[in-house]
Ligand binder design. Structure first.
Ligand SMILES: Nc1ncnc2c1ncn2[C@@H]1O[C@H](COP(=O)(O)OP(=O)(O)OP(=O)(O)O)[C@@H](O)[C@H]1O
Ligand SMILES: [Mg+2]
Length: 296
């Protein structure tokens, strides 16, 4: 009996150590992560394991659940069920630690319009308890990188959309986070700025060894940047793998071709069917119009 208890203790300790080691290797782990908004299931039983230092791209059509996933992973909204650990912290019970270790570029960031870029970034730096001199030198570096030094003392209300997006990227990077979440980082940016952001993401991943979780519709950028890709549709992870694996799995030419094959181009053909002016289609269209009229 004693021998058995000793074995059990040893086994339990080993299992716990294995669990801790596994958690330490992964920047993000989700377990059956689910979010409902009333009747809408935005994310359903999502299971992800993302190693530190990797760039993970999440792709999917509008309304697939990408933003909802990153909002949960940044402890901004709570899951309906399931859980996740980010940087080793539980997104529900350790939300402060999660936020301290992550940088987040939201899809529609809110900015304090009556602050200048420098004032806004100082404010964000202070939220992370960074020393004043660190904040000041990071702001200088970031504003130079994003070509905003000339306008740094202008109020944000006078910035263009792309300039605001750049300031938000600076805010996501100011505390030099371990894990960076980027929700559509190149939206609103001109081609030169978009290319710069793409290069920056690549540098952060390769040279600074950051973990990056990126939501994007830009499939060529995802193919170049991401070590792993997850394709999500109606809240469910449909496919996961390296870009090459996904391309090969459907005999596609590139990731865009693979994505269209996986998501079904037939959907697009259906949507465009109205263009074909065949008598049959006209009949269907007339019937649909009549039905709508009758409803009114
Ligand atoms: N606060 C909310 N209240 C109600 N429904 C919501 C809310 N946020 C998201 N949803 C719903 O959850 C689903 C997933 O939305 P989400 O914003 O995560 O999609 P997405 O993949 O980021 O889409 P997009 O590519 O358009 O940004 C959608 O059906 C959306 O309407
Ligand atoms: Mg979104």
């Amino acid at each position: 009996m004693y021998k058995y208890l000793k074995y059990l203790k040893k086994y339990t300790i080993k299992k716990n150590l294995d669990m801790i080691k596994m958690t330490m290797d992964y920047a993000i782990i989700t377990q059956n992560l689910t979010k409902d908004f009333g009747n809408v299931i935005a994310v359903k039983n999502l299971n992800l394991k993302i190693l530190y230092g990797k760039t993970y791209g999440i792709l999917g059509p509008n309304g697939a659940g990408k933003t909802t996933t990153v909002r949960m992973l940044n402890s901004i909204i709570s899951p309906t069920s399931g859980t996740a650990q980010v940087a080793g912290y539980d997104i529900i019970t350790q939300s402060k630690e999660v936020k301290m270790n992550c940088g987040f570029l939201p899809e529609s960031p809110g900015l304090y319009q009556k602050l200048t870029a420098v004032e806004f970034l100082e404010f964000i730096g202070e939220l992370y308890y960074l020393p004043k001199e660190v904040i000041s030198s990071r702001i200088d570096e970031l504003l130079e990188l994003f070509d905003l030094e000339d306008r740094e003392n202008d109020l944000l209300e006078g910035y263009s959309r792309g300039m605001k997006q750049k300031v938000c990227l600076c805010a996501a990077l100011i505390q030099d986070p371990k894990i960076i979440f980027l929700d559509e980082p190149t939206s609103n940016l001109d081609p030169v700025a978009a290319k710069m952001v793409k290069d920056l993401i690549s540098d952060l991943a390769k040279k600074a060894d950051k973990t990056i979780f990126i939501c994007t519709h830009l499939l060529d950028a995802a193919e170049d940047l991401c070590d792993m890709i997850g394709i999500i549709d109606k809240g469910v992870l449909k496919v996961e793998g390296t870009p090459r694996d996904i391309i090969n799995s459907v005999n596609a030419e590139d990731l865009e071709d693979a994505y269209l094959k996986i998501m079904g181009t037939t959907k697009i053909e259906d949507l465009l069917a109205w263009r074909e002016e065949t008598p049959n289609n006209n009949e269907i269209s007339k019937k649909k119009k009549k039905k709508r009229k009758d409803k009114k």
